[in-house]
Write a protein that binds this ligand. Structure first.
Ligand code: AMP
Ligand code: ZN
Length: 469
């Protein structure tokens, strides 16, 4: 599998540190509001990378944090007259609900910045001991940026150019920095803010240190993939590299993956600009799978402009896949012969080629746009060759293939229609007739069909009882 690495600006063959295992860290949201669909893009994209890697047999240790202490959280808390943790806890819960709707798998660990302060203090102390950091008069601890020779290697920025830009941007209080490029590791508390004790001052960590620390704690000093939106390349990820590599003396992450922006009217969707739709806004109108499909219909490194037309196109695309799945399921219920016929065997060999093409697209830097195009080819193939006369084996193989490929994309495509009570009664009656006729295969089939729809049958002396589970 090839991955485009922001660090080298090249597609590189993915080669994990430990064979068969992937250590992956994805920067998560700052929790002070409901997440918007721009925030959902990295969640969906990197969840799909994870699913594909798991499909290829890797065990993925996937860590994604919640930034639960930050100026914006504190501001929101003071507006509502509550403590900061009330805000962050509320929006972590809401974020998890949105992730579940979008079928984003929970991370192996979702660490919280506020629970990792000891580790942050320890790393800051190491940086101080190694001369990579210093304490200013007011207790602020700064990272000495020029002490890390490779600073700028991820964002491909030149230190002197950066410095030129920074000098004019110095804000009050920053005169105490040795160099305008230095950034905060620890800052003194302000009145009414949450704080922790530390050897330097009562205060709280800067934003960047949390990811360096959580990544090391849960994945080790050296990891395979570090990911996030492209706005994080500079300064967040550049600073993470400086902190981690200066403290640990090891390469921090081997592959850096960044998704491009989700735009609206060709501008980045963002909370601060106010031009956003929350995931909740969209779910009022659309099935969450339509949003997931929409996100995956573009390559993750291409900008994606949100529009009603593209959402409609995504809805139509998803409906097409669902219709094919529902047809296959219908034919399967009616199918006669078990074994595939000779011409079906040949067709199945052809159908398998779609799986190979799908993998080819995903192996090429997770090109979900091309991978979905292959799913449509498979759907077309099913629409042409599957019918009421097909054998069970043939239909099942096609259905399984669609479900595996859409499953890698995290798209649920099986109809979960509500079965009506009258239909259940009719099927139970049919099953009784089948049993009387000693057609136990059909009877079992009906029982399983109902089970799939969440209906459990119980044969009692008084007759058949059923319940929904
Ligand atoms: P934030 O809560 O702003 O720290 O963002 C959480 C994650 O969402 C980060 O990986 C950001 O890069 C990403 N993100 C924020 N806005 C967008 C956007 N409009 N398009 C794509 N990714 C975004
Ligand atoms: Zn981060």
């Amino acid at each position: 599998m090839k991955i485009y690495n922001t660090l080298t600006k090249k597609k590189e063959e993915f080669c994990p540190i430990e064979p068969g295992k992937v250590r992956m860290y994805v920067c998560g949201p700052t929790v002070y509001n409901l997440i918007h669909i721009g925030n959902a893009r990295p969640m969906i994209v990197f969840d799909t990378v994870r699913r594909y890697m798991e499909h290829k047999g890797y065990t993925v240790n996937y860590v994604s944090n919640f930034t639960d202490v930050d100026d914006k959280i504190i501001k929101k808390a003071s507006e509502e007259g509550v403590e900061a943790h009330v805000i962050s806890e509320r929006y972590i819960e809401e974020c998890k609900k949105d992730m579940a709707s979008l079928n984003v798998m929970p991370a192996t660990v979702h660490p919280l910045a506020t629970q990792e302060i000891d580790g942050m203090e320890e790393m800051i102390q190491t940086l101080l001991d190694k001369g990579h950091a210093y304490v200013a008069a007011d207790g602020t601890v700064y990272f000495r940026t020029r002490s890390f020779r490779e600073y700028g290697k991820l964002s491909h920025k030149n230190l002197d150019e950066l410095e030129g830009g920074k000098r004019s941007l110095l804000v009050s209080g920053e005169e105490q920095k040795e160099d305008p490029l230095d950034f905060v590791l620890w800052k003194p508390k302000k009145e009414g803010e949450p704080f922790w004790e530390s050897p330097w001052c009562n205060g709280r960590p800067g934003w960047h240190i949390e990811c360096s620390v959580m990544s090391r704690k849960y994945l080790g000093e050296e990891i395979d993939i570090h990911a996030g939106g492209e706005d994080l390349v500079f300064p967040h990820h550049e600073n993470e590299i400086a902190q981690s590599e200066a403290a640990n003396g090891k390469t921090f992450a081997h592959y850096w993956m960044h998704n491009a922006f989700l735009n609206i009217d060709n501008k980045k969707m963002s909370k601060s600009a106010g031009n956003f739709f929350t995931v909740r806004d969209i779910l009022e109108k659309y099935d969450p799978m339509v949003l997931r499909f929409f996100m995956l219909s573009a390559h993750y490194r291409s900008q994606l402009n949100f529009s009603a037309e593209l959402m409609e196109a995504a809805k139509n695309g998803l409906d097409r896949i669902r219709a094919a799945v529902s047809n296959l399921e219908f034919f399967l219920r009616e199918a006669g012969g078990e074994e595939p016929r000779e011409e079906e065997k040949k067709l199945l060999v052809k159908a398998q080629e779609f799986a190979g093409q799908f993998d080819g697209a995903m192996d090429d830097d997770c090109n979900t746009a091309d991978a979905l195009a292959v799913v449509f080819e498979l759907v077309k193939f099913c629409n042409i060759y599957a019918n009421g006369q097909s054998s069970r084996a043939f239909l099942q193989a096609l259905l399984d293939e669609i479900l595996v490929l859409t499953g890698i994309c995290g798209l649920t495509v099986e109809e979960k229609e509500q079965i009506l009570d009258v239909d259940v009664e009719a099927l139970i009656a049919e099953r009784q007739t089948a049993r009387k006729a000693k057609d136990f295969a059909r009877a079992d089939e009906i029982r399983n069909m109902l089970l799939e729809k969440g209906i459990v049958l119980e044969d009692t002396r008084e007759g058949v009882k059923w319940k929904k589970v």
